[in-house]
Design a protein. Structure first.
Length: 133
């Protein structure tokens, strides 16, 4: 288990690296710095001009979600999502927890998404912006 301080949000991120990956990388680079995708998503928050900020990244069977209101980090977490419908469930769960209005929220999406998936999100939200990290 590792951690990264987020002083600008008065928070600490705690995360795990699979042992096999950690051991392999440590053999090559002992001073390697590990940062999860959510860390990079949090660092993009100041560049997003929306009041309600929801950042989403899809990866292999996981959806990573960051929610912030203005500059206040509300949530950063990763959820198991083997398919897009499950990922949508977690996105809506976070929106509900953050008490954001769907019609006034633009999803900031990091990573790959199909046209059908983007269309599926666009019908619920104000918009979907695609970003690269």
């Amino acid at each position: 288990v590792m951690s990264i301080e987020l002083p600008q949000h008065e928070a600490t991120m705690v995360f795990a690296i699979p042992e096999q990956i950690y051991a392999t990388v440590s053999k090559i680079q002992r001073e390697a710095i590990y940062t999860p995708i959510v860390y990079h998503m949090i660092n993009t928050l100041p560049q997003i001009e929306e009041n309600n900020k929801v950042c989403v990244h899809f990866s292999d069977e996981t959806v990573h979600i960051v929610a912030a209101e203005r500059n206040q980090l509300l949530l950063a977490n990763s959820y198991p999502a083997k398919d897009f419908v499950t990922a949508q469930y977690y996105i809506f769960l976070v929106i509900k927890e953050a008490m954001f209005n769907l019609q006034f929220t633009t999803i900031q999406l990091f990573g790959d998404i199909t046209k059908e998936e983007k269309k599926g999100l666009t019908k619920y939200f104000k918009g979907v912006n695609i970003h690269t990290l």
